[in-house]
Each structure stands twice: as C-alpha cells, then as structure tokens.
Write a protein that binds this ligand. Structure first.
Ligand SMILES: [Zn+2]
Length: 430
C-alpha cells in the first residue's frame, strides 16, 4: 500500500473551502450569521460530506454538527465553526472544519491508521446568540433556560424562534460522552499579526485568554449647555473621558506582556449637543491568560473608581458583567505541533497565547485540547495531535505527515491568490 494513496488532497481542501465561501458570499468574504439560510446550507453540506470520511452525523438541537465513526480505537475530535460574523472573512471557522474533514477522509480510510478522526462544527462560536453556545452545549454547560433567554444580537429574534424557523426545535442536543476522545484539535487563521510581522508560519497556542468585562457608570448632573458656568458643572461625559485616559496611564505598570484592554462602547445620557450629560456609561474589557494579572487590574480599576468619586465632581461605580477563565492548551498537543513545524515550517513557528476566543477553550474543560494558528495570507496548515493513551507516536506522525503533506507542501492557495488587506481586516473581528 503506497503512502501516496492516503495523502491528503490539497486541491480537494481548497475546493471545499471555496464551496463554503460561495454560501453567503459577500464582497471578498461572507455573510453567514447563525441560523441564516447560508449557514444552514453549510451545515447540511458538511453532513453530506461525512460518508466520504467514514462518518455519519446530523445537525443537533442547537445547530452543532458532529460526525462520528463506528470504528473502535482511539479517536481524535477536530473542528471549528461554519457561521460567520456579519460581513466577515471566509476562512474564519471553515479552515478548521475543512482541515478536520480532510484529516478524517485520509486517516479513516487508512487500514493502518491507529485511530479515527471525528469532525465537529460548533454552532454560534461567533456569538450571535450568546457565548460559545454550541460547544458549551456539547460540554453540558447550556441549560434549556439559557436557550430560552438567548436572542440574536442583530435582529432580536429569540433562539427558540430561530430554532423553530430552521426546523431544529425539539431535536435532541448531543453532549460529550465520557472518555470518547484522546483530545480535541482546532486549526484557525491567526487574527492578529504576530505571524505575519515575525515572518512565521505557525502559531502553537499555549492558552486562550479569558475575557473580563465591566460596566463603569458615571453620575453627574444634567444641565443646560449654554447657561451652566464651567466651574459649576458636573459633566458625567467629561468624567468618563478622563477615566479612560487614566486607565491608559496606569494600567501598563500592572499589566502582563500581552494584556489588552478596550473601551468598546460609550453612552452619554441624554446624549444631546446642548445638554451636559448627567449620566455616562462605558463597557470596558480586559483580556489576559493570567488570572493574577486580571486580579491586579480589577483591583486598580476599583481603586480608580473610588478615587474619582472622592475627587468629584461625579461619582463612579463599577460592575463586573462577564468573567472568563483562561484555557490552557494541552502540553502534548503543543509538543506534537512543534515537532512537525520544526520539519515542515523550517522552524518558523512560535508558541503564543490566543487573544481571540475559540471553541477549543470550551472543549479544554472536558478533554485535552490543542490549537494551531495558521498564517492567514498563506492559508496553510499542519495539523496534529499526540495521544497520551498510546505508547508510541506513530499514529501521530502519520496523521501529521499526511495532512501536512497536502496542506503545507502543496499550499492551499496559489501564490498569486493572496488575500487582500480588506479581507484580513474583516477577519480580525471575532
Ligand atoms: Zn473563528
């Protein structure tokens, strides 16, 4: 049996990615929000591909697609998501699903492979209805009440209505069985610029950051913008602006090397040009992979709110509205990806935390998980895993070499087909 017959097929991978790109195509990217017609079409399309990989599956009651194999032996779960942000990039999500599908086609048809690859497309990773509803449902972390409460942030349509509209109401939700998998692997385009600016090809994810979010409110006094003298004002909008600047002045001394913070939303009340705002509010977010750093910054933020209130003229209150536990990626997965990157990417790899959230952080709560980031403009991949349960790494090496053979050496995209700057930007919003 020649090894060639079980090599991954780069052209097939590219054709699959382009097939998905055509579903909800918008300019250079796609518009395929959760439970839209093109999203449902993409899920059905994936289910139709499963027999080619020796898998069977269907769309479950929350929109997850999971292809499983009846074969005994070790199993690796791999995948990503198929919906997109509104008007976004075409590789964000599909890349990881199609790499997983190709790995399953190759490995599952190889009589000498020591394991099986199963494929998942997690619903709503992009958070149209909530945070990681699909993968969290699979992990047993979503209640029926959570689904009752979920609502499309763009249209306001409830999740119940959406499930009914697409014919999924009443369908069972699939949840993880204990011990089925040796682990979960996800490939994803990098949404930052670490690889691009460093001349690197592969990012080996060490951890996925947690996201903490705060509502910070400023109370002053609403008044007439023409008749109220400057010294008499209690301008909540001005207090908010000062607070934002103060954060930028004081956070760096206590932050970690990759801490990021963002004021993503500001409201002024009443928000009219001739009225001094009596109230103001900002939504503020901190991301880091070290909870100790977040602790320090949160303490500082509270102290700053108290200081600002004491100094006046406005009072400042702060409320934490979201916390996220950073997820550590499995060390063995990291080592396996590094081993193959050393050979096939000429050592152009880096171990790095992911500043964007991914389903792998949810899967990491129930099984070993690994993640690799691919340079967007080359859309290449090396995918692999290491199975702690197996005495040798032969299966791992086969897995890696077959997939990498097609996806790295053949290059998925012809050299002239580099993605445009606009597309790269649109991919950055996850
Ligand atoms: Zn994604």
């Amino acid at each position: 049996m020649s090894d060639k017959s079980f090599a991954a097929n780069g052209e097939r991978v590219l054709a699959d990615l382009n097939a998905l790109r055509a579903m909800g195509a918008y300019r250079t990217g796609v518009h395929r929000p959760t439970f839209s017609e093109p999203h449902m079409r993409s899920l059905a399309w994936l289910v139709e591909r499963f027999p080619e990989a020796g898998l069977t599956g269907s769309i479950d009651g929350i929109g997850n697609v999971l292809g499983t194999s009846p074969k005994p032996g070790p199993k690796l779960l791999a995948g990503s998501h198929l919906e997109s942000q509104n008007f976004a990039g075409w590789l964000d999500g599909p890349l990881g699903v199609i790499y997983a599908l190709e790995a399953a086609r190759v490995i599952n048809s190889d009589p000498f492979a020591g394991g099986t690859v199963e494929v998942a497309a997690w619903c709503d990773e992009e958070g149209h209805f909530g945070h990681f509803l699909g993968s969290r449902s699979y992990a047993g972390l979503v209640s029926e009440a959570d689904i009752d409460a979920a609502r499309d942030r763009t249209s306001g349509r409830t999740m119940r209505e959406a499930l009914r509209d697409v014919g999924l109401a009443g369908r069972a939700r699939v949840t993880a069985g204990p011990g089925r998998y040796v682990g979960y692997l996800e490939a994803h385009i990098e949404q930052g610029d670490t690889l691009e600016t460093g001349g690197l090809a592969i990012g080996i994810v060490t951890s996925i950051v947690g996201i903490w979010q705060y509502r910070i409110s400023f109370a002053g006094e609403q008044n007439h913008a023409g008749t109220t003298r400057m010294v008499a004002r209690r301008d909540a909008g001005l207090a908010l602006a000062r607070f934002c600047v103060s954060i930028d002045d004081r956070f760096p001394a206590l932050s970690g090397p990759r801490t990021v913070w963002t004021t993503g939303h500001i409201t002024l009340d009443p928000g009219a040009p001739s009225i001094i705002p009596g109230r103001a509010e900002m939504l503020f977010q901190i991301r880091d992979d070290d909870p100790a750093v977040i602790d320090r910054l949160e303490t500082l933020l509270r102290a700053m709110a108290e200081e600002a209130t004491a100094e006046g003229p406005c009072s400042v209150t702060m409320e934490r509205i979201r916390t996220g536990t950073p997820a550590r990626m499995d060390r063995k997965f990291q080592d396996a990806i590094e081993a193959v990157s050393t050979v096939l990417a000429d050592g152009r790899f880096i171990r790095m935390p992911s500043g964007a959230g991914h389903d792998a952080q949810v899967l990491a709560t129930i099984m070993p998980a690994g993640m690799l980031l691919c340079l967007r403009s080359e859309a290449l991949v090396i995918t692999g895993t290491k199975t702690p349960a197996m005495p040798t790494s032969s299966w791992v090496r086969r897995f890696l070499s077959k997939l990498a053979g097609a996806c790295w050496e053949d290059r998925l995209l012809p050299p002239g087909n580099r993605l445009t700057r606009d597309l790269l930007w649109s991919m950055a919003f996850t």
